[in-house]
Design a protein around this ligand. Structure first.
Ligand SMILES: [Zn+2]
Length: 139
C-alpha cells in the first residue's frame, strides 16, 4: 500500500515533519494539521519568502514550505553582495565627508540612510540564507 503515495492525498505520519518558527509560523512539506497535500496558494506576510504560503484544502491550516537549498544560496550571494556594496558605499561617503566636512549636505545623510537600509536588508537575507542552508527545514 505504501507504494502508492502519489495517488494518496495524505502523507504518512512519519513523513510529516513540522518545524514551528520563532514567530509561530509552521514549516512543513505537507499540511502540519492533517498531512494533506492539497493546498491553495496564499500570499506570505513576511518580507523574505521564496514561495507563497499554502492553505490546506482539507482543514484550512496555513503553513510554509522549507526554503530550498538553491534559494538559500541565492540569499547568501545576493544578500552578501548587497551588504558588501552598501557597506563600501557608506565607508566611502564617510571617508569623503571627513575630508570635506564643509560640504556636508542633507543629500549625504539621505544616501547614507538608504545605503544603511539596503545593507541591513542584505545582511538579513544573508543570514536567512545561512539558516536555510545549515538548518534545513527551519526557515
Ligand atoms: Zn490539513
Amino acid at each position: 500500500m505504501s507504494q502508492h503515495e502519489s495517488s494518496n492525498p495524505y502523507a504518512s505520519p512519519g513523513e510529516v515533519k513540522v518545524v514551528t518558527t520563532f514567530g509561530g509560523r509552521k514549516i512543513c512539506k505537507v499540511c502540519p494539521g492533517c498531512g494533506g497535500k492539497e493546498y491553495k496558494r496564499k500570499k506570505p506576510k513576511r518580507t523574505v519568502a521564496f514561495r507563497s504560503d499554502r492553505r490546506c484544502r482539507a482543514c484550512d491550516t496555513v503553513y510554509s514550505v522549507p526554503t530550498p537549498v538553491w534559494a538559500a544560496i541565492v540569499f547568501l550571494l545576493v544578500g552578501g553582495g548587497l551588504a558588501f556594496v552598501a557597506g563600501t558605499f557608506v565607508l566611502g561617503v564617510l571617508a569623503l565627508a571627513s575630508r570635506f566636512p564643509d560640504h556636508l549636505g542633507i543629500s549625504i545623510f539621505i544616501s547614507l540612510a538608504i545605503a544603511g537600509v539596503l545593507g541591513l536588508a542584505g545582511l538579513f537575507a544573508f543570514f536567512h540564507g545561512l539558516r536555510a542552508l545549515f538548518r534545513p527545514g527551519s526557515v
